[in-house]
Design a binder for this molecule. Structure first.
Ligand code: 1HE
Length: 266
């Protein structure tokens, strides 16, 4: 694999690892000694993984080894670069995190400890987030004199609103796991050490959905949210009709009408 600056990285050195568990792909950030700081090697490793999801995988779970999910951009790699190189680096992050958000399977992020800077950008590109109660969120870019470059200015306001994101950057405010859950960063919160189990449970449930439903949630819903109301409502009608006419939906509706499907909440 070749990085943006031309350095070659051997696949065996990739500090991000995978494991198949049934129909799930578990992706682990494996640089605990550097708090899972997101070096170019990690980012490009994530790109390779999400570009080559093995057939049969229905959902992915991403989590971090050690005491933290991720300390964000690897600051030791933030060397002298001109404006064009800076743009290219940020665009590399955009390309990779788009692969996560708009890939072939939904992704559940399991968070604990630091989920800061680029780590929060990675978490925001996933489809839902589970936070252990040790999780804390921050955007230290404001304090480091830089700006987010991995898509946070687009994705994070959709989770928490623009004012909260601006506050995090203006003031360096640290958001606790409980606060993060209340304002919409995470959708689930667990005790320490229980996040991965919860993430796997959710991923298994998501993987059991009709393929068209997961596809629509990943690829159509975000475009509906970004579109004008008129275009959005048309997109909704189109995807609703496509989903409804898929054989899988017809079978699921039949099962319900025959009393064989689970009721809401079961
Ligand atoms: C790192 C990084 C890193 C730790 N890049 N090496 N992100 C930040 O500004 C967050 C910076 N990190 C921290 O505030 C703390 O490390 C933590 C709160 C995350 C964790 O604290 P702690 O006490 O568990 O670990 P530590 O002792 O601070 O760090 C352990 C080692 O990891 C140490 O290296 P060592 O060789 O001295 O052992 C640290 O230097 C190293 N380390 N974080 C490189 N981030 C697409 S643009 C995105 C822009 C950003 O993400 S900016 C935010 C960057």
């Amino acid at each position: 694999m070749i990085t943006e600056n031309g350095a070659e990285i051997q696949a065996t050195e990739l500090p991000v690892t995978t494991e198949i568990q049934g129909e799930l792909l578990l992706v682990r950030l494996s640089r605990p000694q550097k708090r899972n700081a997101l070096s170019d090697a990690v980012i490009l490793g994530i790109e390779t993984i999400f570009s080559t999801i093995p057939p049969g995988v229905k959902c992915a779970v991403i989590y971090g080894e050690g005491k933290h999910f991720s300390a964000g951009l690897d600051l030791s790699e933030l060397t002298e670069s001109d404006a064009v190189q800076g743009i290219q680096h940020s665009r590399m992050w955009h390309r990779v995190l788009d692969k996560v958000q708009f890939g072939t399977v939904p992704v559940v992020a399991v968070l604990h400890g630091a989920c800061v800077g680029g780590g929060l950008e990675l978490a925001s590109a996933c489809h839902i987030r589970v936070a252990e109660n040790s999780t804390f969120y921050a955007l230290p870019e404001g304090q480091r004199g830089i700006f987010v470059g991995g898509g946070a200015s687009v994705r994070l306001p959709k989770l928490i609103g623009m004012a909260r994101m601006a506050d995090m950057m203006f003031t360096g405010r640290v958001i606790t796991a409980e606060e993060g859950n209340a304002i919409g960063i995470s959708q689930y919160i667990t005790e320490e050490g229980k996040g991965l189990k919860k993430g796997i449970e959710l991923a298994t449930k998501i993987g059991g959905n009709a393929g068209i439903t997961n596809y629509a949630l990943m690829h159509v819903l975000p475009r509906i949210v970004d579109a004008s109301q008129d275009q959005a409502l048309m997109m909704e009608s189109l995807i609703a009709a496509i989903a409804q006419n898929a054989p899988e939906a017809k079978e699921r509706l039949k099962q319900f009408l025959e009393g064989k499907a689970k009721k809401v909440g079961e």
